[in-house]
Design a protein around this ligand. Structure first.
Ligand code: 5GP
Length: 179
């Protein structure tokens, strides 16, 4: 195991099995829709999750990417700036927002509102991980892979200083490695 890891929280088999269940659930819930959903993935953390999830969605979906970041100042926490906007219009589309982890919920709430403002017909959210204890705004994902305790995790897209995104599992980082 990597020396910066305290433990593995979710192994690859568990993650893949859960992505399969989520993909099947999403397929069922959207299959009678007029149109398949447009998946909007937030860069960069949700890329491995998106890649696994879409294998299990049996619909003619499309996907696009957005990159957002929080403003640094304490006054503006919760506001986000767009680093990369979507390539396509979301007007009148059913959007499925793909997230790596919902923590405070601020990113999700802001991006969801942004997509609604751009004219999306519906916006639902699928997240690989959820830390419900950390929530500061009232928002929930529609589909959640795993609820996890309040620990800093890396792997399967999640990083520390842009590293460890390529781990095929989700692990807890040793405190001494990030403090
Ligand atoms: P929120 O706006 O919900 O507070 O923030 C969500 C973002 O915070 C995630 O997309 C992710 O980039 C980051 N984040 C929150 N918790 C963790 C964690 O445990 N590990 C890592 N690597 N990133 C996290």
């Amino acid at each position: 195991m990597h020396p910066c890891l305290e433990k593995i929280l979710l192994n690859e088999d568990e993650i893949v099995a859960r992505c399969k269940e989520l993909g099947q659930q999403i397929t069922q819930e959207y299959k009678n829709n007029e149109q398949p959903p447009l998946l909007v993935a937030l860069l960069k953390g949700s890329v491995p999750f998106l890649a696994e999830l879409i294998k299990h969605i049996d619909l003619d979906i499309q996907f696009d990417f957005m990159d957002v970041s929080s403003y640094e100042g304490t006054e503006s926490i919760g506001d986000i700036k767009i680093i990369k906007d979507l390539d396509c219009s979301v007007k009148n589309l059913d959007i499925l927002l793909v997230e790596d982890i919902v923590d405070t919920g601020r990113t999700l709430k802001t991006v969801k509102a942004m997509l609604k403002n751009k004219g999306a017909k519906t916006v639902r959210v699928v997240t690989l991980l959820d830390k419900p204890d950390r929530r500061v705004v009232d928002i929930e994902a529609d589909y959640t892979g795993f609820e996890i305790p309040n620990e800093f995790v890396v792997g399967f897209g999640l990083d520390f200083n842009q590293k460890y995104r390529n781990f095929p599992f989700v692990g807890v980082l040793k405190e001494e490695c990030y403090k």
